[in-house]
Design a protein around this ligand. Structure first.
Ligand code: SF4
Length: 678
């Protein structure tokens, strides 16, 4: 049996051993294209969620919602309320059709009021579900407000690459790592967040490739690095621009490539040469003086065949889009596009976040990155409109809005202004607890569906076990049928066959072809796929790569360092044993044993109590256990955000990428408080 791992954007192929409709073991597929025949501990042990007794197997309606709405419901619905049964202290259990009818009735009421409605989600479920979700929001509800969790992760990769090379996705396959002479990894804790890609990097290094790793703390991959660069917080763009200036000044550029394939180089070069904040800047930065000579060393290495890989350490900043664009500039300067072993690989987070963007779950792109009839609101703007009372109904499809987004006090306040919050999920996670209506749906191990990983590869995932819960599309279609009646699908496959006509990059993909072999988009009508992009020309309208220069603005920790002020800065990331809100991984005892709390890493020069609270101007965390390590510099703090109870995301605010509003999760000034003294 073949399926796809339910977690990260590597998209490892898996097979399973099943007993009595229960997964007992998950194994790697030996000739897996994306997995390279391996899986990490999450893939291997993170399957208990599927058969967990905690799974949501019902449709729920909150007492609060019924109390508020019952008297306004049509008589026929009021009569049927006698079919509600007590589920717990928050919810009634409802028959599927009643939950659908109540949702549809309430939606109609809200639509009459002309208040805004919208939806967020799709990155954890199939392409088919993502496509039908945006179609439902755009066409059935006549709303442009559709977004997905790329808002909190790789939207800057899409925007930064779009403006440069016209395609916001990986240019290469993961296996190209073995063809590279140099691997440049920045802002990616690859061994924990994308372990199977990290395995390839380490193997390539052992076979002779040079490895450059850049981060704000000493991450495990640095053990293998030829050059390990520890940057201060918020210095990515400064570092990347300094590197480009160094390459231009020393003539480390591929003039022929620039001449034939790119536009705007002369202006870009002039801007770089005029830029005062360059490698010398780091010489005056206490504790980071070494970066100056490292820039000289790295600049020379980038003249070789280089693959550039990055993660959220690049995108989750004020200048995420600009930093991605700066990476693309480096790849163009050095002629590192269009061949095996060189190019750009944004390490996408969730198993289908690439696909969910491809099928149009974005407010500014319809399916296949077309321009939609109307540009909708991004998630942070939806929250603002909720606060103002202009936005009244929200659908969350596998998106734990009250856990994984920033400024949670604000999010919670905003959600209180909704008249209808509908969630489709596997568990009663944090957002479900705040919802009016919750539908328990199939997991990816229980349904057919296509997933697109971070190397643009489409995998057909087939059910490993059976259950009789609806798939997301069945919930959406049932609601649509009460409102309009245009959706008449009988299976995921039918939806897929329909969507490939709209999303032309999937044109030649069919369930039959994908069952034989996963394919990388764009896929021609005859089924030929595209492991490598930008071979002769870029995907921009004129076919050229475009240089843009954005100067770095001094701020936050760097400003403090220049003024000799020592302030604590926190960065967050994932632990290998868990995935985002841990709703699935924490169902596995083996994974929980590996990591069961969000632990705070602190340099030993600081003497702290065993547990501390972190405070920012936005809020405070719950007590966090302290662990000392030299892997973080003094005044650098690090933790994960897997457990809702830690309230990590309560301390991050509205600061975000200025173009696409991806929140600045990777850097916040905090105060440390001894919680015993509170
Ligand atoms: S979590 Fe990612 S790296 Fe690990 S098995 Fe799943 S897809 Fe592969």
């Amino acid at each position: 049996m073949n399926s796809v791992c339910a977690y990260c954007g590597v998209g490892c192929e898996i097979e399973a051993e099943i007993e009595n409709n229960k997964i007992t073991k998950i194994l790697a597929v030996k000739d897996g294209k994306s997995s390279g025949g391996d899986i990490c501990i999450k893939g291997k042990y993170g399957f208990d969620f599927a058969n967990s007794t905690n799974r949501l197997r019902k449709n729920l309606i909150s007492y609060k919602f019924i109390e508020k709405n019952a008297e306004n419901m049509p008589f026929e619905l009021q009569v049927r309320l006698s079919n509600l049964y007590e589920y717990d202290h928050i919810f009634y259990e409802a028959p599927f059709n009643l939950a659908i009818d109540i949702t549809a009735w309430k939606l109609k009421e809200i639509l009459k009021s002309k208040k805004a409605v919208g939806g967020i989600g799709g990155a954890r479920t199939s392409l088919e579900n993502g496509w039908i979700f945006q179609k439902f929001i755009r066409e059935t509800l006549n709303s442009p407000h559709i977004d997905n969790c790329a808002r909190v992760c790789h939207s800057p990769s899409l925007s930064g690459l779009m403006m440069s090379i016209g395609e916001g996705a990986s240019s290469n396959s993961f296996d190209d790592i073995f063809d590279s002479e140099v691997l440049f990894v920045i802002g990616s804790n690859t061994t924990e967040a994308h372990p199977i890609v990290a395995n390839r990097i380490i193997k390539a290094k052992q076979r002779g490739a040079k490895l450059i790793v850049v981060d704000v703390r000493e991450i495990p991959l640095m053990k293998f690095a030829d050059v390990k660069v520890i940057l201060p917080f918020e210095a990515n763009l400064l570092f990347l621009n300094s590197l480009a200036k160094e390459m231009v000044e020393r003539g480390f550029v591929d003039s022929e490539f620039i001449e034939n394939r790119c536009k705007g180089f002369d202006e870009y070069k002039q801007n770089l040469l005029n830029e005062k904040n360059d490698k010398t800047f780091f010489k005056n930065l206490n504790g980071y003086e070494e970066v100056t000579s490292q820039i000289e060393e790295v600049a020379k290495l980038l003249t070789k065949k280089t693959l550039f890989l990055w993660g959220l350490g690049i995108t989750e900043h004020l200048d995420g889009t600009e930093a991605v664009n700066a990476i693309s500039n480096l790849a163009m300067i050095s002629g590192n596009f269009g061949k095996k072993g060189c190019g750009v690989i944004p390490l996408r987070g969730q198993n289908n976040v690439q696909g969910c963007c491809d099928v149009g779950c974005l407010p500014y792109y319809g399916p296949d990155y077309t321009t939609p009839k109307e540009i909708g609101l991004m998630t942070p703007d939806m929250i603002e409109e909720m606060l103002k009372g202009n936005f009244k109904a929200l659908f969350c499809m596998g998106e734990d809005l009250t856990h994984i987004h920033t400024n949670q006090h604000k999010v919670h306040k905003a959600l209180k202004n909704l008249e209808l919050l509908v969630t489709m999920d596997l568990f009663i996670n944090d957002i479900a607890k705040h919802s009016d209506i919750v539908f328990g749906v199939k997991s990816s191990y229980e349904k057919y569906g296509v997933y697109v990983n971070a190397e643009r590869r489409l995998h057909l995932s087939i059910p490993l076990i059976e259950n009789d819960l609806p798939d997301d599309w069945e919930v959406i279609q049932a609601i649509e049928n009460r409102l309009k009646g245009d959706f008449k699908y009988n299976s995921s496959k039918e939806i897929f066959n329909h969507l490939t006509k709209e999303v032309t990059r999937f044109k030649g993909a069919t369930y039959e072809r994908l069952a034989k072999k996963p394919l990388q988009w764009p896929i021609d009508e005859d089924g030929n796929d595209s492991p490598l992009l930008h071979i002769d020309k870029f995907s921009t309208p004129d076919g050229y790569g475009h240089f843009h220069f954005r100067p770095y603005k001094i701020r936050d920790q760097i400003k403090n360092l220049l003024e000799n002020k020592n302030k604590f800065y926190l960065t967050t990331a994932r632990h290998i044993a868990h995935y985002n809100n841990a709703s699935q991984t924490k169902e596995s005892q083996k994974l929980l044993k590996r990591y069961s709390d969000d632990i705070l890493l602190v340099n030993p020069i600081h003497k702290l109590p065993n547990e501390v609270i972190l405070k920012s101007k936005y809020g405070q965390t719950n007590p966090l256990k302290v662990k000392y390590t030299n892997k973080v510099k003094p005044f650098t703090l690090y933790t994960t955000f897997h457990f809702a109870n830690s309230k990590i995301n309560y301390i991050f605010g509205d600061e975000a990428d200025e173009k696409v509003k991806t929140a600045r999760f990777k850097s916040i000034e905090v105060e440390i408080v001894d919680y015993c003294l509170q």
